[in-house]
Design a protein around this ligand. Structure first.
Ligand SMILES: [Mn+2]
Length: 249
């Protein structure tokens, strides 16, 4: 089976604190062409699909009727992230076992954190964003907020770099039990092939689809061949130019 995993869309209401950064139509069309290009048979939305720290699900759903219909009609599987723990029809994780007994474990990855995903962590974040919603009417607050969003998203910032090691360690724990682990949450597209506990293991991170970008991992669950996909914001890149998944064993 060809599996596509995306995460961290952070779909919002279109309000000032929003960071999805996609026009609905363009997002669906881009995702459709990726699905077609790779012959994807199953799509997993690996958490933080909706940004419920900033807005209620009701408001986000009202502003995104088409995209939610699209996810539901296609039977996309939705996993909970720390931002959308309370979203309807979501799962803690998703498992696949292929015909040779190899296993894939998919989860968002916030459980590697200290507060993220806990009730207290959620309280802190929603309170902070409630304040920000009031303050963002002030111009310098708005400017600082957008600068901070860019800052935390920058690949080369040291704190994030250290963080990714934490998730790699978390993935290693899971890889004691599974052959492949796919996380999201860090907004960093990654792939690691390792020889661990006498067998080949793979850790993938599917990156993010926020700020108008599309990052993803596509996996052939039978052969364990995979590709990482990276389409930058407002890219002219044709999806047909993306590398093709090697089908042979
Ligand atoms: Mn997250």
């Amino acid at each position: 089976m060809i599996l596509l995993v995306i995460s961290d869309l952070h779909i919002d209401t279109g309000g000032k604190l929003g960071t999805f950064g996609w026009k609905t139509k363009r997002f669906m069309a881009t995702l459709d062409s990726v699905i077609e290009h790779y012959g994807v048979e199953k799509v997993v939305l690996n958490g933080d699909v909706f940004d419920l720290y900033k807005y209620s699900f009701k408001k986000i759903a009202a502003a995104n009727v088409k995209i939610i219909d699209y996810f539901n009609c296609r039977g996309f599987i939705q996993i909970r992230g720390n931002h959308d723990i309370s979203a309807p029809h979501t799962h803690n994780h998703f498992h696949i076992t292929n015909s040779s007994g190899k296993t894939i474990h998919i989860e968002h990855g916030h459980k590697a954190d200290f507060l993220n995903g806990t009730r207290f962590g959620r309280f802190l974040s929603t309170t902070m964003y409630a304040f920000l919603k009031l303050l963002i009417r002030i111009r310098w607050v708005e400017r600082t907020f957008y600068r901070a969003v860019d800052y935390f998203d920058d690949v080369n910032r040291v704190p994030r770099k250290y963080n990714t090691i934490k998730y790699l360690m978390y993935a290693l724990q899971l890889l004691k039990k599974y052959d492949m682990v796919i996380l999201g949450h860090t907004h960093k597209l990654e792939s690691h092939k390792i020889y661990y506990l006498n067998s080949k293991k793979i850790y993938l991170n599917c990156g993010t689809c926020s700020l108008g970008r599309l990052q993803a991992v596509v996996v052939d669950t039978e052969t364990f061949k995979y590709e990482t996909i990276k389409i930058p914001k407002k890219s002219e890149l044709e999806v047909s130019q993306l590398p093709i998944l090697k089908r042979k064993k």
